[in-house]
Design a protein around this ligand. Structure first.
Ligand SMILES: CC(C)(COP(=O)(O)OP(=O)(O)OC[C@H]1O[C@@H](n2cnc3c(N)ncnc32)[C@H](O)[C@@H]1OP(=O)(O)O)[C@@H](O)C(=O)NCCC(=O)NCCS
Length: 326
């Protein structure tokens, strides 16, 4: 059986760090509130002169270098993002040009925070169908232009950053993606939106600035997120014939430490088997898992043969999980 293995990863975030104390100067919030409710201590926010590809391109270059794969060997680029440099060309095509990945087809997947896991799932299916294909999956967002700095209930949560992974068919039948599933529920889309930025606006209408920003019903989202991720984790493990005890490390979506703890709790996995970096980046949307995965690999927390579980949840609503033997 052909399995898609992750050959290399890379990640980059803008260099400007914004701490909770910095936010205290901008809005009615406190370091104590943010830390207790979310586990976030700081996040990276791009400068007004920076754009998505300024961090995504270097992240992709690191992933290619780590994988030992040249850009011209890549046959497909899947960019999980909703905040690429512009509406057209796609982020995937911008990456293709910047990398010199002349033989790749490229496109974006718009599934909010779930973009990277959606991308891994697409790569898995493509590689199983075309075992010679090498795929670059990028995941990252620059949400800062859509943050309403007057809304403390969302402004403290998000940051900019992302990462990438290079995948190819594995020679070792035990190594690679064991199972990967994606799910959506558009009926609950209203819980997390950036609404006033699309074709629903009548021609010539000036969008209300407020509608162009992130809006969220946080408490409801929290519950749905934990429940959905728990279910899909069970599904990918069952499909692989494994149980939670077989998982060496969980690299979950980094939206909120309490959400990660609740998932680990319900799932019966102790926190020492969970990788967390939400304290330093906040919620980078499609960037959270590739940023965390890359850091976990470089820190030696993910080793060859380890079973790695990556659950995610995001706007749409969308969710999913990828289970990999490293
Ligand atoms: C956003 C979240 C941290 C809020 O935590 P919560 O415990 O639900 O807090 P609430 O929204 O009930 O607000 C509690 C109080 O804190 C206040 N508050 C909200 N944001 C605040 C902030 N940044 N600083 C200080 N106080 C804040 C609220 O106004 C409210 O005050 P009130 O009781 O006087 O009305 C939590 O709901 C959450 O993490 N949800 C999931 C969000 C998420 O991860 N979304 C992305 C998924 S991909």
């Amino acid at each position: 059986m052909v399995r898609a293995a992750i050959l290399g990863t890379g990640s980059v975030a803008p260099s400007r760090a914004v701490t909770n104390r910095d936010l205290e100067d901008r809005m009615d919030t406190s370091d104590a509130w943010i830390t207790q409710r979310t586990g976030i201590r700081e996040r990276r926010i791009g400068l007004p002169t920076e754009k998505w590809s300024d961090f995504m391109l270097p992240a992709c270059r690191i992933a290619l270098e780590t994988a030992g794969v040249g850009p011209e060997e890549i046959g497909l680029i899947v960019a999980g993002t909703m905040t690429a440099d512009m509406r057209m060309p796609s982020g995937g095509c911008v990456l293709q040009e910047g990398l010199g990945a002349v033989n790749a087809a490229a496109f974006d997947v718009s599934s909010a925070c779930s973009g990277f896991v959606y991308g891994l799932t697409i790569a898995d299916r493509f590689i199983r169908a075309e075992p010679d294909l090498k795929v670059l999956v990028a995941g990252g967002d620059m949400l800062s232009p859509w943050i309403d700095w007057g809304d403390r209930s969302t402004a403290v949560l998000f940051g900019d950053g992302g990462g990438a992974a290079v995948l190819a068919a594995s020679d070792d039948p035990d190594r690679g993606i064991l199972s990967s599933r994606i799910r959506s529920d558009g009926t609950l889309g209203r819980l997390l939106t950036i609404a006033g930025d699309g074709s629903q606006l009548a021609f010539g209408d000036k969008p209300e600035m407020g509608n162009r920003k992130i809006r969220m019903i946080g408490a409801e989202l929290f519950k749905v997120a934990v429940r959905s991720m728990e279910t899909v984790c069970g599904e990918v493990l069952a499909e692989a014939g494994l149980t939670d005890e077989d998982v060496d490390i969980v690299v979950p979506h980094q939206a909120n430490l309490r959400m990660i703890q609740a998932l680990a709790d319900r799932f019966g996995v102790s926190m020492d088997r969970v990788f967390v970096n939400v304290d330093r980046y906040g919620n980078t949307s499609a960037g959270t898992i590739p940023l965390a995965l890359d850091e976990a690999v470089r820190a030696g927390r993910v080793r060859r043969g380890d079973v790695v579980l990556m659950p995610v949840f995001g706007g749409g609503l969308t969710w999913g999980a990828t289970l990999v033997r490293w």
